[in-house]
Design a binder for this molecule. Structure first.
Ligand code: FES
Length: 225
């Protein structure tokens, strides 16, 4: 991963159940996001140190993530602790995953750019939020921001008031509705928007708004004009 931003959203919290894993991409870097059986989230490079299999295809066993290919198991620190073909082997400390800091804030799992990313740089904690949805679009994050700022929220004819909470987290307000959008830069032309709203917001209408937003985001500028 590149060094900016320090914290990138990678999934809505409730989209990753305990004891499951999923893949995510940040600035072209492939990551595995997984929860151990206690519910704690982890973010690692999505590549097994053995033969490079995607760890997001693997399976969680208690507080270990096991690779689908040959079953090597990695503990929550990313250290390989068990190799099924050599059960008696004391696994060398050098066999370990590349890990990144993981944190949950405002209904979203955030990945640090490094293993020791500064948690003080996460967005401020807010309570009383409800999940809207994640949206994946083939567009730049700059275009996503521009369209978010120009598109009225449900029940309004005017563009929302936009507040940049951090460089990749914005608040859109229109009347009683407040939508918080975490922007995941997946690649140059790939962006994910993870949306939460303040309690009482019309979630179904916001989900439809998000669907319409995707069409706008993926419409070439010349056609949209
Ligand atoms: S590729 Fe992962 S255990 Fe072999």
């Amino acid at each position: 991963m590149t060094s900016q931003p320090i914290w990138s959203p990678v999934a809505l919290s409730n989209m990753v159940e305990p004891s499951t894993s999923t893949g995510a991409v940040v600035n072209g870097a492939e990551l595995v996001v997984w929860r151990d059986s206690s519910g704690k989230a982890h973010v690692w490079e999505d590549r097994c140190p053995h033969r490079g299999m995607r760890m997001s295809f693997g399976f969680v066993r208690g507080d270990h993530l096991a690779c689908l290919y040959h079953g090597w198991q990695y503990d929550t620190a990313g250290q390989c602790s068990h190799i099924p073909a050599h059960p008696q082997l004391e696994v060398p400390q050098t066999i370990r995953m590349q890990t990144f800091a993981a944190a949950e804030r405002n209904g979203i799992i955030w990945a640090g750019a490094t293993a020791d990313a500064n948690a003080a740089l996460l967005p401020a904690e807010r309570t009383g939020l409800v999940t809207v949805r994640s949206l994946y679009a083939d567009c730049t994050s700059a275009k996503a921001l521009k369209v978010l700022a120009a598109t009225p929220l449900p029940g309004s004819a005017d563009a929302p008031t936009v507040e940049a909470i951090t460089e990749n987290y914005v608040s859109l307000t229109s009347g009683p509705i407040r939508l918080l959008v975490a922007i995941q830069i997946m690649g140059e032309e790939k962006t994910a928007l993870h949306m939460m709203a303040t309690e009482g917001a019309p979630v179904a209408a916001l989900a439809r708004y998000a669907q319409d937003l995707r069409l706008i985001l993926e419409t070439p500028v010349a056609e949209a004009a």
